[in-house]
Design a protein around this ligand. Sequence first.
Ligand SMILES: Nc1ncnc2c1ncn2[C@@H]1O[C@H](COP(=O)(O)OP(=O)(O)O)[C@@H](O)[C@H]1O
Ligand SMILES: [Mg+2]
Length: 391
Amino acid sequence: MQIETIEIENYRLFRKAKLTGLPRMAVVVGANGSGKSTLFDVFSFLKDALAQNITQAVARRGGFNELVSRGQEGPIGITIKFRESGGRLATYELRIATEHGRAVVEREILKFRRGQRGKPWHFVDFARGRGTAITNESAYELDGVEEQRAEHVLDDPSVLAIKGLGQFKQFRVVAEFRSLIENWHISDFHIGDARPSAEFGYAEHLSTYGENVAQVAQYLYEYHPTIFARILEQMRLRVAGVSQVEARPTEDGRLVLRFQDGSFKDPFIARYVSDGTIKMFAYLVLLYDPKPHPLLAVEGPENQLYPELMHELVEEFRDYARRGGQVFVSTHSPDFLNGTKLDEIYWLAKEEGFATVRRASASQLLQRLVAEGDLPGALWRQGLFEGAGPR
Ligand SMILES: Nc1ncnc2c1ncn2[C@@H]1O[C@H](COP(=O)(O)OP(=O)(O)O)[C@@H](O)[C@H]1O
Ligand SMILES: [Mg+2]
């Protein structure tokens, strides 16, 4: 399953923006305040809306008036086109408005195109808690079959139909889309948080801020020893002075990593290891995850890492996406960009307070220069990504 297009309307600085032709790995560049975090927040918003409801997801972001683009009344719109695992293109459309001061679903549609000629099938079509859903979902691939619909009333106009309609649990495409959004994961390491004291217990995935890295390491060590060995090997190769990394469980069940280089008696990720070492370890733990997130976003992976390591990191992100997901990365690093292809780069610029989105591959100038041997990061540094300069 892969997202191909994201369209955002009236969501903070995205008054009207569209990202099309999304590849497995998309890299977002743009100056501070150009909308990188907000773009990722659109997915977090959908995830919150699914877990709770629209009213709460909006409230968590300061309320409708704060969330809607300045000077606009709304509705807030999010449209996602994705290719489901059966290869068909589906569209999920959500519009949010207010009703008596409360954010509600103005319209929610999940539709499919049927072949070249056919009218799209609206699997789900709801407005303010009422609507219809298809009842013969399994027949949609058959030619000449008409859709059959049933009316439904949801408990609440702020609940998403794809959540509120129990019977959709069996509908493959709805279940797929839900699971994509529910498993959206954003990674934004803060080194301070990633220095926990090692604790008991397991975590299978690295948390957003990386504070459970020791637990995930312990999980990998016990249940995926081959992967753990690969991570250690990569650490040894990449972190200067680390000639050998050794993992040893203590009697009370914690995992202690020792670095041959110094006398680190404390568990790894404790006080004596450099920021870059922790960060690299955390990235390896994230990216060598045996069960990749279907949608992963990473903010600024370059911080604290040595520029020469960027190239491998880009490859590892691509690999992660290839193994079963889709990855979005925001970056300020020319070295990271140098490892990417033009059609992986989306660049954000702010014009009169609102974000514009451009694709690097849409620029003929950039295409030509790259064909002549220039690297994207170098071109970006030279200011050729208009409005998205490093400074
Ligand atoms: N409702 C809104 N309407 C217009 N702009 C907004 C709204 N809410 C926040 N912003 C602007 O969005 C920007 C936030 O961008 P952000 O996604 O954090 O950028 P980045 O992550 O690229 O640094 C800020 O400049 C802020 O002023
Ligand atoms: Mg940001």
